[in-house]
Write a protein that binds this ligand. Structure first.
Ligand code: FE2
Length: 318
Protein backbone atom coordinates (compact mmCIF):
# COMPACT_ATOMS: atom_id res chain seq x y z
CA UNK A 1 0.00 0.00 0.00
CA UNK A 2 2.78 2.36 0.91
CA UNK A 3 4.32 1.71 -2.47
CA UNK A 4 0.97 2.45 -4.14
CA UNK A 5 0.69 5.84 -2.38
CA UNK A 6 4.20 6.78 -3.43
CA UNK A 7 3.36 6.06 -7.05
CA UNK A 8 0.08 7.98 -6.74
CA UNK A 9 1.78 11.04 -5.28
CA UNK A 10 4.51 10.92 -7.92
CA UNK A 11 1.84 10.73 -10.63
CA UNK A 12 0.01 13.72 -9.20
CA UNK A 13 3.17 15.80 -9.21
CA UNK A 14 3.75 14.98 -12.86
CA UNK A 15 0.16 15.92 -13.68
CA UNK A 16 0.45 19.44 -12.23
CA UNK A 17 1.31 21.79 -15.11
CA UNK A 18 4.52 23.76 -14.84
CA UNK A 19 2.53 27.00 -15.03
CA UNK A 20 0.91 26.26 -11.69
CA UNK A 21 4.26 26.78 -9.97
CA UNK A 22 4.95 29.98 -11.92
CA UNK A 23 1.99 31.65 -10.22
CA UNK A 24 3.71 31.26 -6.87
CA UNK A 25 6.95 32.93 -7.93
CA UNK A 26 7.88 36.22 -6.32
CA UNK A 27 9.50 37.74 -9.41
CA UNK A 28 9.05 37.72 -13.18
CA UNK A 29 12.06 37.19 -15.46
CA UNK A 30 12.75 40.89 -15.94
CA UNK A 31 11.39 44.30 -14.95
CA UNK A 32 11.72 47.75 -16.57
CA UNK A 33 10.29 50.98 -15.26
CA UNK A 34 10.26 53.95 -17.62
CA UNK A 35 7.95 56.71 -18.79
CA UNK A 36 6.00 57.39 -21.95
CA UNK A 37 4.28 60.51 -20.61
CA UNK A 38 4.83 63.08 -17.87
CA UNK A 39 6.84 61.43 -15.04
CA UNK A 40 5.06 63.63 -12.49
CA UNK A 41 1.82 61.66 -12.96
CA UNK A 42 2.57 58.39 -14.80
CA UNK A 43 4.71 55.27 -14.71
CA UNK A 44 5.18 52.61 -17.38
CA UNK A 45 5.93 49.15 -16.00
CA UNK A 46 7.19 46.29 -18.17
CA UNK A 47 7.86 42.77 -16.96
CA UNK A 48 8.86 39.60 -18.76
CA UNK A 49 7.55 36.07 -18.39
CA UNK A 50 7.30 32.71 -20.10
CA UNK A 51 4.48 32.14 -22.54
CA UNK A 52 2.27 30.44 -19.95
CA UNK A 53 1.63 33.75 -18.19
CA UNK A 54 -0.58 36.24 -20.02
CA UNK A 55 -1.76 38.39 -17.12
CA UNK A 56 -0.96 42.01 -18.01
CA UNK A 57 -2.20 43.66 -14.85
CA UNK A 58 -0.52 45.80 -12.23
CA UNK A 59 -1.92 46.28 -8.74
CA UNK A 60 -0.76 49.46 -7.02
CA UNK A 61 -1.45 51.68 -4.06
CA UNK A 62 0.04 54.73 -2.41
CA UNK A 63 2.79 53.42 -0.17
CA UNK A 64 1.73 52.55 3.36
CA UNK A 65 -1.98 52.76 2.59
CA UNK A 66 -4.54 49.95 2.32
CA UNK A 67 -6.51 50.54 -0.87
CA UNK A 68 -5.23 48.68 -3.93
CA UNK A 69 -6.08 49.75 -7.49
CA UNK A 70 -5.25 48.07 -10.76
CA UNK A 71 -4.46 48.87 -14.37
CA UNK A 72 -4.56 46.44 -17.26
CA UNK A 73 -2.18 46.75 -20.19
CA UNK A 74 -1.01 44.64 -23.09
CA UNK A 75 1.17 41.64 -23.84
CA UNK A 76 3.50 41.37 -26.81
CA UNK A 77 6.16 38.98 -28.11
CA UNK A 78 9.74 39.30 -26.91
CA UNK A 79 11.78 39.32 -30.16
CA UNK A 80 14.01 36.28 -30.80
CA UNK A 81 12.67 34.69 -27.61
CA UNK A 82 9.99 32.41 -26.22
CA UNK A 83 9.30 35.00 -23.53
CA UNK A 84 6.54 37.61 -23.39
CA UNK A 85 6.62 41.33 -22.59
CA UNK A 86 3.79 42.72 -20.47
CA UNK A 87 3.31 46.49 -20.37
CA UNK A 88 1.06 48.60 -18.16
CA UNK A 89 1.07 52.38 -18.03
CA UNK A 90 -0.25 53.84 -14.79
CA UNK A 91 -1.73 57.32 -15.21
CA UNK A 92 -3.39 59.85 -12.94
CA UNK A 93 -0.77 59.43 -10.22
CA UNK A 94 0.17 62.05 -7.65
CA UNK A 95 3.48 63.85 -8.04
CA UNK A 96 6.46 63.13 -5.80
CA UNK A 97 4.66 60.20 -4.23
CA UNK A 98 5.79 56.70 -3.35
CA UNK A 99 3.68 53.83 -4.69
CA UNK A 100 3.76 50.12 -4.02
CA UNK A 101 3.01 47.74 -6.88
CA UNK A 102 2.81 44.11 -7.91
CA UNK A 103 3.09 42.80 -11.48
CA UNK A 104 0.72 40.09 -12.72
CA UNK A 105 0.62 37.08 -10.38
CA UNK A 106 4.02 37.74 -8.83
CA UNK A 107 3.95 38.19 -5.11
CA UNK A 108 6.81 40.61 -4.47
CA UNK A 109 5.65 44.13 -3.65
CA UNK A 110 7.98 46.75 -5.08
CA UNK A 111 7.97 50.53 -4.90
CA UNK A 112 8.45 53.45 -7.27
CA UNK A 113 8.33 57.19 -6.86
CA UNK A 114 6.83 59.74 -9.25
CA UNK A 115 8.74 62.90 -10.16
CA UNK A 116 8.01 66.13 -8.30
CA UNK A 117 5.42 68.47 -9.82
CA UNK A 118 7.90 71.32 -10.04
CA UNK A 119 11.54 71.98 -9.37
CA UNK A 120 10.99 72.84 -5.73
CA UNK A 121 13.21 69.94 -4.65
CA UNK A 122 16.38 68.62 -6.29
CA UNK A 123 15.85 66.02 -8.99
CA UNK A 124 18.76 63.61 -9.02
CA UNK A 125 19.58 61.37 -11.95
CA UNK A 126 22.51 59.36 -13.25
CA UNK A 127 23.58 59.37 -16.90
CA UNK A 128 25.68 56.72 -18.56
CA UNK A 129 25.88 54.11 -21.28
CA UNK A 130 27.90 51.10 -22.49
CA UNK A 131 25.96 49.32 -19.81
CA UNK A 132 26.44 45.57 -19.81
CA UNK A 133 29.80 44.43 -21.11
CA UNK A 134 30.34 41.86 -18.33
CA UNK A 135 27.15 41.52 -16.37
CA UNK A 136 28.96 41.47 -13.02
CA UNK A 137 30.45 44.87 -13.88
CA UNK A 138 27.00 46.14 -14.80
CA UNK A 139 25.59 44.91 -11.50
CA UNK A 140 28.40 46.52 -9.52
CA UNK A 141 27.87 49.85 -11.29
CA UNK A 142 24.10 49.64 -10.89
CA UNK A 143 24.40 49.02 -7.15
CA UNK A 144 26.83 51.89 -6.78
CA UNK A 145 24.54 54.31 -8.62
CA UNK A 146 21.44 53.04 -6.82
CA UNK A 147 23.16 53.94 -3.54
CA UNK A 148 22.74 57.61 -4.45
CA UNK A 149 18.94 57.15 -4.66
CA UNK A 150 18.52 58.76 -8.08
CA UNK A 151 15.02 59.63 -9.29
CA UNK A 152 15.90 57.99 -12.60
CA UNK A 153 18.74 56.89 -14.86
CA UNK A 154 19.47 57.90 -18.46
CA UNK A 155 21.37 55.37 -20.57
CA UNK A 156 22.69 56.65 -23.88
CA UNK A 157 22.67 53.28 -25.59
CA UNK A 158 24.88 50.19 -25.90
CA UNK A 159 22.80 48.31 -23.40
CA UNK A 160 23.05 44.49 -23.53
CA UNK A 161 25.57 44.35 -26.38
CA UNK A 162 23.35 41.86 -28.19
CA UNK A 163 23.73 43.64 -31.55
CA UNK A 164 20.19 42.71 -32.59
CA UNK A 165 21.22 39.06 -32.85
CA UNK A 166 19.04 36.07 -32.06
CA UNK A 167 22.04 34.06 -30.86
CA UNK A 168 22.84 36.62 -28.17
CA UNK A 169 19.57 36.60 -26.28
CA UNK A 170 21.28 35.44 -23.09
CA UNK A 171 22.79 38.93 -22.94
CA UNK A 172 19.35 40.47 -22.80
CA UNK A 173 18.17 37.91 -20.27
CA UNK A 174 20.93 38.58 -17.76
CA UNK A 175 20.76 42.31 -18.51
CA UNK A 176 17.08 42.37 -17.55
CA UNK A 177 17.68 40.20 -14.51
CA UNK A 178 20.42 42.61 -13.41
CA UNK A 179 18.12 45.61 -13.89
CA UNK A 180 15.40 44.02 -11.79
CA UNK A 181 17.68 43.06 -8.91
CA UNK A 182 20.18 45.90 -8.74
CA UNK A 183 18.34 49.11 -9.75
CA UNK A 184 16.76 49.53 -6.34
CA UNK A 185 17.55 52.40 -3.96
CA UNK A 186 18.46 51.80 -0.30
CA UNK A 187 14.86 52.77 0.56
CA UNK A 188 13.52 50.09 -1.77
CA UNK A 189 12.43 52.22 -4.75
CA UNK A 190 12.89 50.66 -8.18
CA UNK A 191 14.67 53.19 -10.39
CA UNK A 192 13.10 54.11 -13.76
CA UNK A 193 15.39 54.13 -16.79
CA UNK A 194 15.26 56.29 -19.92
CA UNK A 195 17.22 54.32 -22.52
CA UNK A 196 18.51 55.61 -25.83
CA UNK A 197 19.52 53.62 -28.86
CA UNK A 198 23.17 52.75 -29.42
CA UNK A 199 25.11 50.99 -32.12
CA UNK A 200 25.13 47.76 -30.08
CA UNK A 201 21.33 47.59 -30.30
CA UNK A 202 21.41 47.29 -34.09
CA UNK A 203 22.33 44.44 -36.39
CA UNK A 204 26.08 44.06 -36.95
CA UNK A 205 26.60 46.65 -34.18
CA UNK A 206 26.80 49.47 -36.69
CA UNK A 207 24.02 49.79 -39.18
CA UNK A 208 25.19 53.00 -40.74
CA UNK A 209 23.09 53.71 -43.76
CA UNK A 210 26.18 54.29 -45.89
CA UNK A 211 28.24 51.40 -44.52
CA UNK A 212 27.13 48.52 -46.70
CA UNK A 213 29.89 46.01 -45.95
CA UNK A 214 28.78 45.67 -42.30
CA UNK A 215 25.08 45.21 -42.97
CA UNK A 216 25.28 41.41 -43.17
CA UNK A 217 23.03 41.14 -46.18
CA UNK A 218 20.39 43.61 -45.05
CA UNK A 219 19.35 46.48 -47.31
CA UNK A 220 19.85 50.12 -46.27
CA UNK A 221 17.36 51.21 -43.65
CA UNK A 222 14.20 53.08 -44.50
CA UNK A 223 12.40 55.65 -42.38
CA UNK A 224 9.50 53.42 -41.47
CA UNK A 225 8.56 51.40 -38.39
CA UNK A 226 9.15 48.01 -40.00
CA UNK A 227 12.68 48.86 -41.07
CA UNK A 228 13.62 50.30 -37.68
CA UNK A 229 12.26 47.32 -35.80
CA UNK A 230 14.02 44.87 -38.13
CA UNK A 231 17.35 46.56 -37.45
CA UNK A 232 16.95 46.92 -33.68
CA UNK A 233 14.26 44.38 -32.73
CA UNK A 234 14.85 44.14 -28.99
CA UNK A 235 15.42 47.82 -28.35
CA UNK A 236 12.12 48.83 -29.91
CA UNK A 237 10.17 46.20 -27.98
CA UNK A 238 11.91 46.20 -24.61
CA UNK A 239 11.81 49.95 -23.97
CA UNK A 240 8.50 51.76 -24.17
CA UNK A 241 10.19 55.14 -24.55
CA UNK A 242 10.93 56.64 -26.96
CA UNK A 243 9.39 53.87 -29.09
CA UNK A 244 8.91 54.60 -32.75
CA UNK A 245 10.45 56.42 -34.51
CA UNK A 246 13.43 55.97 -32.16
CA UNK A 247 13.69 59.53 -30.88
CA UNK A 248 11.45 61.56 -28.61
CA UNK A 249 11.09 64.05 -25.80
CA UNK A 250 9.99 63.43 -22.24
CA UNK A 251 8.66 66.48 -20.40
CA UNK A 252 8.73 66.55 -16.61
CA UNK A 253 6.00 69.07 -15.87
CA UNK A 254 7.34 72.38 -17.14
CA UNK A 255 10.77 72.24 -15.57
CA UNK A 256 12.72 69.49 -17.33
CA UNK A 257 12.80 67.92 -20.77
CA UNK A 258 14.95 65.01 -21.85
CA UNK A 259 15.40 64.48 -25.56
CA UNK A 260 16.62 61.16 -26.93
CA UNK A 261 17.98 61.19 -30.45
CA UNK A 262 19.10 58.57 -32.94
CA UNK A 263 22.45 59.36 -34.53
CA UNK A 264 22.16 57.28 -37.67
CA UNK A 265 21.45 53.88 -36.15
CA UNK A 266 17.90 53.47 -37.44
CA UNK A 267 17.26 57.05 -38.63
CA UNK A 268 19.44 59.57 -40.44
CA UNK A 269 20.34 62.68 -38.46
CA UNK A 270 19.38 64.96 -41.35
CA UNK A 271 15.84 65.37 -42.55
CA UNK A 272 12.83 64.39 -40.48
CA UNK A 273 14.68 64.00 -37.18
CA UNK A 274 16.47 67.34 -37.40
CA UNK A 275 13.27 69.08 -38.48
CA UNK A 276 11.48 67.56 -35.49
CA UNK A 277 14.24 68.70 -33.13
CA UNK A 278 14.22 72.23 -34.52
CA UNK A 279 10.46 72.48 -34.14
CA UNK A 280 10.77 71.26 -30.58
CA UNK A 281 13.46 73.78 -29.70
CA UNK A 282 11.45 76.72 -30.99
CA UNK A 283 8.54 75.69 -28.79
CA UNK A 284 10.71 75.52 -25.69
CA UNK A 285 10.09 78.30 -23.21
CA UNK A 286 13.21 77.79 -21.13
CA UNK A 287 16.90 77.53 -22.05
CA UNK A 288 18.41 74.26 -23.23
CA UNK A 289 21.36 72.93 -21.27
CA UNK A 290 23.58 70.23 -22.72
CA UNK A 291 24.85 67.61 -20.27
CA UNK A 292 26.79 65.57 -22.80
CA UNK A 293 28.37 66.53 -26.09
CA UNK A 294 26.47 65.97 -29.29
CA UNK A 295 29.00 63.66 -30.87
CA UNK A 296 27.74 62.07 -34.03
CA UNK A 297 31.32 61.44 -35.20
CA UNK A 298 31.92 58.80 -32.53
CA UNK A 299 30.35 55.37 -32.69
CA UNK A 300 29.82 55.46 -28.96
CA UNK A 301 28.83 59.13 -28.73
CA UNK A 302 25.23 58.61 -29.59
CA UNK A 303 22.97 60.82 -27.68
CA UNK A 304 22.33 64.50 -27.59
CA UNK A 305 20.79 64.89 -24.20
CA UNK A 306 19.52 68.25 -23.21
CA UNK A 307 17.78 69.60 -20.21
CA UNK A 308 15.32 72.39 -19.86
CA UNK A 309 14.83 74.15 -16.60
CA UNK A 310 12.68 76.99 -15.44
CA UNK A 311 14.70 80.16 -15.04
CA UNK A 312 12.54 81.27 -12.11
CA UNK A 313 13.51 78.20 -10.10
CA UNK A 314 17.14 78.24 -11.21
CA UNK A 315 19.84 75.68 -10.47
CA UNK A 316 17.88 72.95 -8.75
CA UNK A 317 18.97 70.09 -10.96
CA UNK A 318 21.71 67.79 -9.76
FE1 FE2 B 1 29.79 52.05 -26.78
Amino acid sequence: MKHFFSIAIASLIFLIPAGAFAFQASDPLGLVLTWQQDPTSTMTIDWHTGTDDRIAEVAYRVADTDEWHSFTGSTMPYPHSDRLIHRVELTGLSADTGYEFRTGPYSRIRKFRTAPADASRPVRFAAGGDVRHRVEWMERMNRHVAGFSPDFIVWGGDLAYADGRSDRMERWYDFMDAMMHTLVTPDGFTIPVIAGLGNHEVIASWYNNDDSELREGFPPYQQDDESRERIAPNYYKLFAFPGQPGYGVLDFGEYLSIILLDTDHTNPVDGQQTEWLVSLSTNTRAPLISTSPADSSSRCGKKLLRLRRSSKDGGVLK
